[in-house]
Design a protein around this ligand. Structure first.
Ligand SMILES: *[C@@H]1O[C@H](CO)[C@@H](O)[C@H](O)[C@H]1NC(C)=O
Ligand SMILES: *[C@@H]1O[C@H](CO)[C@@H](O)[C@H](O)[C@H]1NC(C)=O
Ligand SMILES: *[C@@H]1O[C@H](CO)[C@@H](O)[C@H](O)[C@H]1NC(C)=O
Ligand SMILES: *[C@@H]1O[C@H](CO)[C@@H](O)[C@H](O)[C@H]1NC(C)=O
Ligand SMILES: *[C@@H]1O[C@H](CO)[C@@H](O)[C@H](O)[C@H]1NC(C)=O
Ligand SMILES: *[C@@H]1O[C@H](CO)[C@@H](O)[C@H](O)[C@H]1NC(C)=O
Ligand SMILES: *[C@@H]1O[C@H](CO)[C@@H](O)[C@H](O)[C@H]1NC(C)=O
Ligand SMILES: *[C@@H]1O[C@H](CO)[C@@H](O)[C@H](O)[C@H]1NC(C)=O
Ligand SMILES: *[C@@H]1O[C@H](CO)[C@@H](O)[C@H](O)[C@H]1NC(C)=O
Ligand SMILES: *[C@@H]1O[C@H](CO)[C@@H](O)[C@H](O)[C@H]1NC(C)=O
Length: 796
């Protein structure tokens, strides 16, 4: 398969180095084109022509021809519209496009009169002077040449899997036309797949599988964004999103405010709607909906376990193998997996030879839908017996909701940290193998490639157990680690905080209150909400900052763990968090020296987390809100609720996306394993905010200036121009150390590079800021630049 794909790619590339073109955007009546000829839109951005593509038939390498539109200047062929996706023209016949005598657009196999595709039946042509025109937006229109407002047909009305800026997705209520996108069948075949994304008449976008199972809904439009995509509001400085719902139409559309940006919205072959930008060398996914790959209905097919962010994210369940491995390679997994050994199904023979089917337990699982509840099974064993009695039963679970069993195919099974245990029915033979292997197999199935996650988890458990033992006594001051964490009683904390009366703030997972210990030490008490989530965060936090100490990390004094109450006690930081100082126009302004000290302190704290402890700890949520300031404005990193541990020998961890929009490194969104460089990226974003005194993503604003100058990109450009003082917070009135400003700008710009390999380590950042090394001039971060649509980068 691989060599074939390479051959195809080679062909496509050579085909698409523009040899010559009609160099026109218009095809008039009676004219035709074939072969390498093409129309190019007036702005040179789009091309229309024929292109070849392989099919999914792995035993033959015939090429098919399609009429389509692609980005003329993007070297990687990206069809944004295809006329005949489900009716390819098989080579060697070569196709021809004409504007026929009746004014319709028609694709013929050359030399024959076989019509492969045409606009007949869709276009109502009432003029004898039609022309086909490729517009600057990438829309192919068929219209009257004498009256340009008489459009008979347009490609935007018949989208394939891509929505271009300016296109509409939704209904024309008058004509009944519904425009929606349909995914392609697999990664090398453009024909229609099973996923579709539609705008319904109620103004809510929905994605569905095989036109039946709805697996995602956009929620209601609130004038600026859909309720399930709040990140759209952050993007409003880059794009203009619109929902129109009136008597004639209901549709969604968007425009990108920068002319230069190349973006598309694609319903991916795996059922996710992805907003992608061209970042110089490849497409980069900015946003995916649904956020987690495993939330796409049946994405891995039956009898699989899906793990979002793992690579590969689909794995067969134990005792199963891929039904068609060739299809898996080209991202078509709808056939899923099949049993290696058929079930015995309680046949008499089986009973005699002890070969009845057995169950295999899989922990941490998001259960499949549509289980049958068995209310009268009152134990796990009875539940298992009910399942064994029916040959079509394939799995059961016995949890707090009692017994449920599943028949036939198991769909939509995914790993889930908070998930349940499911028992999978397998032929006894599958489970005969050495018992000692059991745990390893479970892990292999359930966690797939994310071995590093596991290492972190085991470590947590070990620490947790060890701590638990110690904490059984009330006070553990002066233990050999010198950590000295106090286990508080709830009543003590109630007293210390005057019944939680003085609230300092509300963060993720809980609220923070001020209190006093008897020796008049001020404390901050964090009370975690939500039983399950709170527990996770509590453990993460105690485990990470409970075992480490550094001047630039907030100190954990103690905790309380009574019943389902979870509280954490920290030293109190009189100056609050960094955001309350840098984003405020009133009150005292932090002077440059203090800002520089904060930048350096945070870098040291992070450097210690990444390199200084026995285990590398990735904080995962660096932002100004999580940087606290003590009386002398020494910064302390706080809020370790999302931190990830990495074992000594691991540098990467696969984990669900965590963090805060605006500070998220690109690799989070692309779903690959992350390293400590995600913290470096977030740190870079924070540095920029420290310099400018403004948030990087401006609140929704209509002024043109704000839009054109996305601050992080502006910094990169101004650095190159040597004009950095204009970047500094105006409130400082130029009272800064120019050399330091330049250094901080350079460091920040290196930290926010697209590729983690281009970013410095925190240890290097510390060296730069201490002036031990001098950073080189950073390149403009391509991705941010592409999104912001800055001027094309000058040879960088
Ligand atoms: C592939 O295509 C060839 C010719 O079109 C056909 O004979 C063959 O059966 C196909 N193979 C598969 C697996 O579909
Ligand atoms: C075509 O357009 C004409 C005039 O605009 C209209 O009368 C006719 O009903 C249309 N036909 C179809 C099939 O839409
Ligand atoms: C097109 O129709 C107009 C009248 O509607 C007529 O004057 C003209 O000659 C026609 N042109 C052709 C090429 O048939
Ligand atoms: C062009 O077409 C539109 C809509 O069909 C019509 O309203 C308008 O009068 C036409 N203009 C001319 C100059 O024919
Ligand atoms: C999709 O739905 C149709 C009926 O609507 C059904 O015949 C077909 O088998 C379904 N496809 C799959 C893959 O389940
Ligand atoms: C956004 O789009 C709508 C409709 O397309 C338009 O009316 C509005 O002026 C646009 N806003 C901006 C800021 O471009
Ligand atoms: C299987 O064996 C069990 C005891 O080992 C017995 O109770 C049961 O009736 C047998 N079932 C069949 C179908 O023979
Ligand atoms: C599964 O359950 C959902 C509701 O939970 C229902 O809408 C759907 O029709 C069910 N599907 C089948 C195949 O029974
Ligand atoms: C549960 O009830 C059904 C009929 O309602 C019966 O056939 C089955 O044996 C019962 N199962 C148990 C475990 O009691
Ligand atoms: C097994 O369960 C299926 C689905 O509930 C049911 O249709 C079938 O009749 C059952 N078979 C037996 C032997 O109970």
């Amino acid at each position: 398969m691989r060599p074939l794909l390479l051959v195809l790619c080679g062909l496509l590339l050579s085909h698409h180095t523009p040899l010559y073109s009609l160099a026109t955007d218009t095809l008039s009546r009676g004219r035709s084109f074939a072969g390498d000829e093409r129309l190019v839109s007036g702005n040179g951005k789009f091309a229309l022509g024929f292109f070849p593509m392989g099919t999914s038939n792995s035993s033959s390498n015939l090429l098919n021809w399609y009429l389509g539109i692609w980005f003329n200047k993007v070297p990687k062929l990206t069809p944004v519209w295809t006329a005949n996706r489900d009716h390819p023209i098989s080579a060697p016949a070569s196709p021809e496009l004409i504007v026929d005598g009746d004014g319709n657009l028609v694709v013929l196999a050359q030399g024959t009169s076989t019509i492969i595709w045409s606009t007949r039946g869709r276009a109502n042509i009432t003029a004898n002077d039609t022309v086909a025109l490729l517009l600057d937006s990438g829309n192919l229109v068929l219209r009257s040449s004498s009256n340009s407002s008489r459009t008979f047909w347009e490609s935007f009305d018949y989208p394939t899997d891509t929505m271009l800026p300016g296109a509409k997705i939704g209904w024309n209520k008058v004509t009944g036309l519904n425009r929606y996108t349909v995914s392609r069948k697999n990664s090398i075949d453009l024909s229609s797949g099973l996923y579709s994304s539609k705008m319904d008449l109620d103004g809510v976008g929905r994605m569905s599988w095989n036109s039946s199972a709805v697996y995602w809904s956009s929620g209601k439009w609130n004038g600026r964004f859909f309720s399930s995509i709040p990140e759209m509001s952050a993007g409003s400085s880059l794009a203009n999103f619109t929902l129109v719902n009136n008597d004639q139409e209901v549709y969604f559309t968007y425009t990108i405010l920068s002319e230069n940006a190349i973006t598309i919205n694609v319903l991916d072959v795996n059922g996710q709607m992805q907003l992608r930008a061209w970042a110089g060398q490849d497409w980069f996914t900015i946003n995916s909906q649904p956020r987690y790959q495993c939330d796409v209905y049946a994405v891995c097919g039956p009898f699989t376990v899906c793990t979002s962010n793992a690579d590969p994210f689909c794995n067969c369940m134990k005792g199963f193998s891929a039904r068609s491995p060739g299809d898996w390679e080209i991202e078509n997994r709808r056939d899923g997996c099949i049993r290696n050994t058929p079930l015995n199904c309680g046949g008499d023979d089986g009973n005699k030879t002890g070969m009845t089917d057995k169950f295999y337990s899989m922990p941490g699982i998001r259960l499949p839908q549509n289980g049958t509840s068995i209310p009268n099974a009152s134990s796990a064993n009875e539940c298992a017996q009910v399942c064994l009695r029916n040959c079509s039963c394939t799995a059961y679970t016995y949890g707090k909701d009692g017994c449920s069993i599943w028949h036939d195919e198991l769909l939509n099974v995914a790993t889930d940290d908070n998930g349940e245990m499911i028992y999978l029915r397998l032929a006894a033979k599958e489970l005969e193998s050495r018992k000692g292997n059991k745990n390893r197999i479970i892990i292999g199935v359930a966690i797939g490639a994310s071995i590093t996650t596991l290492a972190g988890f085991v470590f947590l458990v070990v620490i947790w157990r060890r701590r638990n033992k110690k904490w059984s006594s009330r006070k553990t001051d002066n233990d050999q680690d010198g950590v000295g964490i106090i286990a508080f009683r709830y009543v003590d904390l109630q007293y210390a905080t005057k019944k939680f009366s003085e609230k300092l703030g509300t963060g993720g997972f809980g609220s923070v209150f001020k209190g006093w210990l008897s020796d008049s030490v001020a404390i901050a008490v964090k009370r975690l909400d939500g039983a399950q989530q709170g527990e996770k965060q509590f453990r993460a936090e105690v485990n990470s900052i409970g075992i480490i100490q550094h001047i630039n990390l907030v100190k954990l004094i103690g905790f309380c763990c009574e019943g389902d109450r979870r509280l954490l006690v920290y030293e109190h930081m009189p100056n609050g968090s960094l955001d309350s100082h840098i984003f405020q126009s009133h009150g005292a302004i932090l002077n440059w020296t203090i800002r520089y000290q904060i930048a350096l302190g945070v870098a040291r704290g992070l450097g210690y987390l990444h390199h200084g402890c026995r285990y590398c700890i990735i904080h995962c949520d660096i932002k100004p809100q999580n940087i606290l300031l003590d009386t002398s404005f020494v910064p302390k990193i706080a809020d370790f609720g999302m931190a990830k541990f990495l074992g000594r020998d691991f540098s990467r961890v696969l984990t669900t996306m965590r963090g805060t929009i605006g500070y998220l490194a690109p690799e989070w969104i692309s779903g690959t394993a992350v390293t400590s460089k995600v913290d470096v990226y977030s740190y870079g974003m924070v540095l920029l905010e420290i310099i400018s005194g403004k948030r990087n993503s401006p609140k929704h604003s209509s002024s043109d200036e704000d839009r054109a100058d996305y601050y992080p990109v502006q910094v990169a450009h101004k650095l190159l121009d040597g004009d950095i003082l204009s970047l500094v917070d105006a409130n400082l009135h130029g009272d800064v150390n120019t050399e330091e400003v330049e250094r901080v700008c350079k460091v920040a710009c290196w930290c926010i590079q697209d590729s983690e390999f281009d970013r410095p380590t925190m240890a290097e950042v510390v060296q730069f800021l201490e002036g031990i090394c001098e950073p080189e001039m950073p390149p403009v971060p391509r991705l941010l630049d592409a999104i912001a649509g800055g001027t094309p980068t000058t040879g960088l």
